[in-house]
Design a protein around this ligand. Structure first.
Ligand code: 13P
Length: 248
């Protein structure tokens, strides 16, 4: 099934008010890139301003994490309802930096994804193996286990996106071989179809993430069952992010 690719940028804990100029440049460039969907996920502090600055353009705005609850005594947290209220249409959940640095389990990620869906947000669920797991030959087992345990009730092609991000490829300049990416994506597609049925599992977009840049985007995005990218560092510069989107 040919799915419209999604090129998503994760700004992580980068970006201040001045960075909105980069977002605006991406939003303007998005108008010419009609064969892909474009999304930027800035820090929570910028979501409202970015949504206002990019209103009327095809650029969608997302959060990078959300709490499982709508509101309450959870100092420092942001809810899916708040993200939606600020203008977000998507939210990343279960990024490896959250899983590793904040001890998030797949069970928690699933709850977060369910909170996102309840607010009408698309949940971008991240999964990926560590270097030790890859070297032990456990990549497929690890990512399929994460997928099974993280997938929310109500998952389909409209409500969730899966991002495969090998932990060892994030921010390192290293990427798996094309054959390795294709093998993992084929395994994830088969598991999605097994779990959700072909009608719901086949249209779920599968993104690759980890050191995607203009020079490797075309090769990665041409692989079967790679339906877009989740881009970290290269999404901070409009020229690089637009070049990745144009390479699809
Ligand atoms: P880099 O593109 O900087 O490797 O980051 C990938 C990532 O973690 C996106 O979520």
């Amino acid at each position: 099934m040919a799915l419209k690719p999604l090129i998503a940028g994760n700004w992580k804990m980068n970006g201040v008010g001045a960075s909105l100029d980069e977002a605006r440049a991406i939003a303007e460039g998005a108008a010419a890139l009609t064969s892909v969907d474009l999304l930027l996920c800035p820090p929570a502090t910028l979501i409202g301003r970015m949504a206002a600055r990019c209103a009327g353009t095809p650029l969608a705005i997302g959060g990078q994490d959300c709490h499982t609850e709508i509101a309450g005594a959870f100092t420092g947290d942001v809810s899916a309802a708040m993200l939606a209220d600020a203008g977000a249409s998507h939210v990343i959940v279960g990024h490896s930096e959250r899983r590793t640095l904040h001890g998030e389990t797949s069970a928690l990620v699933r709850q977060k994804a369910e909170a996102a869906l309840a607010q009408g947000l698309v949940a971008i669920i991240c999964i990926g193996e560590t270097l030790a797991e890859r070297e032990a030959g456990r990549t497929l087992a690890v990512v399929i286990d994460q997928l099974q345990a993280s997938l929310p009730a109500g998952a389909d092609g409209h409500t969730v996106v899966i991002a495969y991000e090998p932990v060892w490829a994030i921010g390192t300049g290293k990427t798996p071989t094309s054959a390795d990416v294709a093998e993992v994506h084929a395994g994830l597609r088969a598991e999605l179809v097994r779990l959700l049925g072909a009608d719901k599992g086949a249209p779920v977009r599968l993104l690759y993430g980890g050191s995607v840049k203009p020079s490797n985007a075309a090769e990665l995005m041409a692989l079967p069952d790679v339906n877009g990218a989740l881009v970290g560092g290269a999404s901070l510069k409009s020229a690089d992010f637009l070049a990745i989107a144009a390479a699809v």
